[in-house]
Design a binder for this molecule. Sequence first.
Ligand code: BES
Ligand code: MN
Ligand code: ZN
Length: 487
Amino acid sequence: MNFHALATPAEGLGGLVADALVVVLPADGKPQTGDKPLDAAIAAATKGGDFELKSGRTLYLHGVPGVKAARVVLAVARDGSAKAFRAAVGTGLAALKNRAVKHLAVRLVGAADATHAEALTLAVDQAGYVYTHTKPSAETVAMPSKVSLVVDKDALVAAKHGLAQGQAVAAGVAMARECANRPANHCTPTWLGEEAKRLGKEFGLQVQVLDRKACEKLGMGSFLSVSRGSEEPLRFIVMQYHGAAKKDAPLVLVGKGITFDTGGISLKPAADMDEMKFDMGGAASVLGTMRAVAELKPKVNLVGIIPTCENMPSGLATKPGDVVTSMSGQTIEILNTDAEGRLILCDALTYAERFKPAAVVDIATLTGACVVALGHHHAGLFSPDDSLAGDLLAASRSADDPCWRMPLDDEYDEGLKSNFADMANVGSRAGGAITAAKFLQRFTKAYPWAHLDVAGVANRSGAAKGGTGRPVGLLTHFVLSRAARKA
Ligand code: BES
Ligand code: MN
Ligand code: ZN
């Protein structure tokens, strides 16, 4: 699909040559586009009771006299924001579903900037996605080959910039979503390693994939303990993007890559356990972000680290009460084998020290408690570093990929005390998302660190079951903002 920015034709929107025109009208504005023939059609539809300037409404019009585009869809957005625009484009596209549209033009009535352009690419990409890897019979959605964003002349440069950035983010989101959707017997640690290598070849990233032996040499006793019960070999993936001088301290992203979480010996109940194939959502977001960044080539160094394995019960599996030694040297009493995410992340966080990072952000579908606390809208953001937390919050806003800051007071660490090791891997149930973050914090003293608990946002359940590709948008915006600050 090709995205273009077009200036509104001198004769008005009606003069625009396209197969379909989606006009987004903000609900807090007027039901007018400034184009006479279009406005006459809107007035007539409104008068006839077919259209109202209310958020979420759409109207399909065919063959409007004086309008060159044969199909016109009016879509009402809540307001003029990029977020509302993205939603309205989604409903507008739904109204055009399976119509023969090769060239789609989209116009926001009011001022459009780069954020609207980026929102357009994400909306279009999402509308066109159908999972087919293990369901080749799935009905695909016919998508336009060309999409034009129609803006005022003075907004052309910003629109072009936003479209380029949006396409890279959308491709990253798509990659993360697809990885997450593939079942655990397809998306194995081995496959994730191969996928990282493929990405490396395509985009010129340096990629290393370590196996169990290499991880043993590094002393990753905690990571290894999670994989013990599984027949599927583990992988430790390290990807590097070099966009700045060698001596420039890199940003490091660490993604939880549990390709299936049964809970291990602390076995999970059967209901909805299939959704634990999504427990590699953090890893998927690291892959997707590496892809987006490698495409946009900002002047920054970036490392992606993915510890990946299955969490299975077996005669070899780690048992509650077992004590393991992490790569940091700290010992951990594993009281609950279902709190495995922190066990693979802690060794990856120690491994990250060798890069002398400017900042480390880990991304993990870490706790059900975070879903209870924040639901499926905001990811949980944990960081003792106000400036890093501020940057991530700003990125989450600009990317329309929300997260919410959570506390990290030392009182929450007390539950991790153990009689038999430096720490236990679980505390009490109360504040479970925070205790998990406190556990991770014990391994992050060497650099500024933040943790994103994406358990509630990386995938959806029910009829819309599937990966969301979040938080690739947030992470990409964060990396780009760091690069822009230095430039
Ligand atoms: N992968 C789960 C967290 C999770 C739960 C993600 C629900 C998405 C939806 C994680 O490994 C886990 O099992 N966490 C436990 C921790 C507990 C044993 C302290 C949990 O949240 O119950
Ligand atoms: Mn678990
Ligand atoms: Zn898990």
